[in-house]
Design a protein around this ligand. Structure first.
Ligand code: NAD
Ligand code: ZN
Ligand code: ZN
Length: 364
């Protein structure tokens, strides 16, 4: 089978023949049908996140289970699945606390680009290929842990399902699980890309009075409007002042920073009201540090929270999001702006880097 291999960070991916071993105990082999290209694939490709290579990237996607390993009970061949890049153990203190996205096993395996078994099932040029985030779905087939694939309804197209496994879950979950935005709130969303557009639609579905999107790209702001943003603000020096004007000088109830750069976190805090909350989902370079202006942070009782992968329970939330799409409440088709063949994966990464907007999806 063919996969896109990153041999050296900073170089283009190489689409080539890769050997795939059968699934081990508790693992399943999935024929990948579609994979979204997320900024968390671009960070390692470009070298923002240092990691050992060779690695097969891709963590947002959907496909069909073709083989199951010994002891697999959750899935059967033929099941349609969305990948989940937090394959949790179900037993550690975080899992017991119903916070599977904080599972201790992820630190030992997934975030070191191994399967939960510690293995890699892909090889090329006589070397083991690390499966990025235990998923490695920039490939025609992949082997994942059974916890790394969530069964979904069979009547939803795969290109639509692909981005559900990261951008949609992360953005929607930040609104519903992390911030718990109540009806009538004023919400700012910094960055209107894959994750940000889903924060916009989550905030709209929560009944927000005002949803203000901030982005340097006019195309991203135009899309944000179609997702229900009531106001759009070009990012830049005047953005915070404009947000303050739009919120009668008070600032917003909730500010989502989907970019996660030191400068955007500072702007997010400055754009939030007294007693307001800033939720950061964006991820910078691994060595980035942000500074907080202490006096207003304390005196105005602000809250700053991080949110990973929607802060909920992916095995529960992914099928719920699919049901929301089927009922017409959730926009998914509109997120798929560009479709590529696996061979053109580097074009998809370049388009993401250029801020072309929404999602590019690889069709296997
Ligand atoms: N927390 C999580 O679980 C999680 C999940 C997925 C992605 N991420 C991270 O979230 C970030 C966004 O991912 P994405 O796939 O949505 O990326 P994306 O490239 O689709 O979107 C980013 C958007 O931010 C805009 N932007 C860039 N600089 C800006 C600025 N200074 N102010 C306002 N907008 C700006 C871009 O124009 C683009 O529209 C990445 O860092 C990614 O690694 C985190
Ligand atoms: Zn992602
Ligand atoms: Zn666990």
């Amino acid at each position: 089978m063919r996969a896109a291999v990153l041999w050296s960070q900073g170089d283009p991916l190489s689409v080539e023949e890769v050997e795939l071993s059968p699934p081990g105990p508790g693992e399943v082999l999935v024929e990948v049908k579609a994979a979204g290209v997320c900024h968390s694939d671009l960070h390692p490709a470009r070298g923002d996140w240092k990691m050992r290579t060779p690695v097969v990237l891709g963590h947002e996607g959907a496909g069909i289970v073709r083989e199951i390993g010994a002891g697999v009970t959750a899935l059967e061949p033929g099941d349609h699945v969305v990948f989940c890049w937090t394959p949790s153990c179900g037993q550690c203190p975080s899992c017991a606390d119903h916070r599977p996205v904080l599972c201790d096993r992820l630190d030992q395996t997934t975030y070191r680009n191994k399967l939960p078994s510690g293995e890699s099932r892909m090889r090329a040029r006589d070397q083991a290929l690390a499966p990025f985030l235990s998923t490695a779905c920039f490939a025609q087939q992949t082997v994942v842990a059974q916890e790394g694939a969530v069964r979904v309804s069979r009547d939803v197209p795969f290109d639509v399902l692909a981005s559900l496994g990261c951008a949609v879950l992360t953005g929607m979950g930040a609104v519903t699980n992390a911030a718990k935005v109540p009806a009538g709130a004023t919400v700012v969303v910094i960055g209107a890309g894959g994750v940000g557009l889903n924060v916009v639609q989550g905030a709209v579905m929560a009944g927000s009075a005002r949803v203000i999107a901030v982005d340097p790209q006019p195309a991203a702001l135009a899309l944000a409007t179609t997702f229900g943003a009531t106001d759009v603000v070009p990012s830049g020096d005047a953005a915070v002042a404009t947000i303050r004007e739009l919120t009668r000088g008070r600032g917003a109830d909730f500010v989502f920073d989907t970019v996660g750069a030191p400068a955007t976190i500072a702007d997010a805090l400055a754009s939030s009201k007294k007693g307001g909350t800033v939720i950061v989902t964006g991820l910078s370079r691994t060595d980035a540090q942000a500074s907080v202006s202490m006096f207003p942070f304390v005196m105005q009782e602000k809250t700053l929270i991080g949110s990973v992968y929607g802060s909920g329970q992916p095995a529960r939330d992914i099928p719920r999001l699919v049901a929301q799409f089927q009922s017409g409440a959730l926009k998914l088709k509109e997120l798929v702006a560009r479709r590529y063949r696996l061979d053109d994966i580097n074009d998809a990464l370049d388009a993401l880097a250029a801020g072309t907007g929404a999602r590019g999806v690889i069709l296997m």
